[in-house]
Design a protein around this ligand. Structure first.
Ligand SMILES: [Zn+2]
Length: 318
């Protein structure tokens, strides 16, 4: 099922990381720059993440003696410095997640570089070290992101969805480890209901969502994969959901053959395997496309105007 499973440490069957994107209210200010400050109920829902859920999550990591990765927009680090200080004090990893959750693939290359570097400065100031990993806000990796991450000496990216195991992104200037996940392991589609943010997902019992996450876990264990949850404190850190998560972690740990680690640890392990020749990654060349895809062919009046990708065949005589 998986062509090149990674030899995980100590013969583990799969690698697991519960990564949290601590977006707090950055996403509301980005979506509604002029009105967000008046959306008090939504602000309270989003502030629940750093103020109530993160302390709860940290307590769980202490209980199970786990270190994990938090991706935090730099604006959130500046707005909730005490929360980030607590995360760092407990030995967890802080990853780069934009400045105020801006979407890189809607920016120019220079704008993307500006916010990337400004975010790095904030992370260095508050954590004492440069970020090793990056996750594009809302998975909006751009055609410049790889080159800029290599320029800024990142160890890994965690934004893409192109495989079940780590792989390499190859650009003009080098290669970067990709630690992929996908929407099936993201908590947003399971729960997020917010009229102000434009999401109206049906809210179900945590058990239903955790069935989805657990099915992914069972397959990862069976075939030697990678299980990276892309969760949000304000979503999965709510009381009933986090109660369910603790049971899930207990089940994972009880197996004794699962490696729960930070993304930095997983990326370093992958790099070590490549260096030692014990594992060969698949390589994806980026960018996939330099320009919009155009397909030439006969244009019918029925579809011609409806699909901008279909152009008239220049060889065709009208
Ligand atoms: Zn985010």
């Amino acid at each position: 099922m998986i062509q090149n499973p990674v030899p995980w440490p100590n013969g583990a069957r799969c690698a697991v990381a519960f990564t949290f994107d601590m977006d707090a209210d950055s996403i509301l200010h980005l979506a509604h720059p002029d009105r967000a400050h008046q959306m008090v109920a939504t602000l309270s829902m989003l502030r629940y993440g750093p103020l109530v859920a993160v302390p709860r999550i940290l307590e769980t990591w202490r209980k199970f003696n786990l270190k994990q990765t938090f991706f935090v927009p730099a604006w959130c680090i500046e707005s909730y410095p005490g929360v980030v200080e607590a995360i760092v004090r407990d030995g967890h990893e802080i990853g780069h997640h934009g400045y105020i959750h801006e979407h890189p693939n809607e920016l120019s290359r220079d704008e993307e570089l500006y916010w990337l570097q400004r975010g790095i400065e904030v992370i260095v100031k508050h954590t004492g070290q440069r970020p090793r990993g990056w996750r594009a806000p809302l998975y909006n990796f751009s055609n410049h992101s790889l080159e800029l991450l290599l320029q800024e000496a990142f160890l890994y990216d965690a934004s893409l969805m192109g495989d079940d195991v780590p792989y390499l992104l190859r650009g003009k200037t080098g290669e970067l480890v990709e630690l992929p996940s996908h929407w099936g392991l993201d908590d947003w589609p399971q729960f997020t209901h917010s009229l102000d943010l434009g999401y109206q997902k049906p809210i179900r019992a945590p058990e239903r969502a955790w069935e989805v996450f657990w099915a992914e876990f069972e397959a990862a264990v069976k075939y030697g994969g990678l299980w990276i949850a892309v969760w949000h404190p304000m979503v999965s850190g709510r009381l009933a959901r986090w109660h369910r998560t603790e049971k899930m972690i207990e089940s994972m740990l009880a197996r004794g053959d699962v490696w729960i680690a930070t993304l930095e640890e997983i990326a370093r392990h992958v790099r070590a395997c490549i260096g030692a020749g014990t594992w060969k990654p698949r390589v994806d060349e980026l960018p996939y496309y330099d320009a919009p895809v155009r397909v030439n062919g006969p244009v019918t009046t029925e579809y011609g105007d409806q699909n901008a990708a279909i152009g008239a065949d220049p060889r065709r005589k009208s």
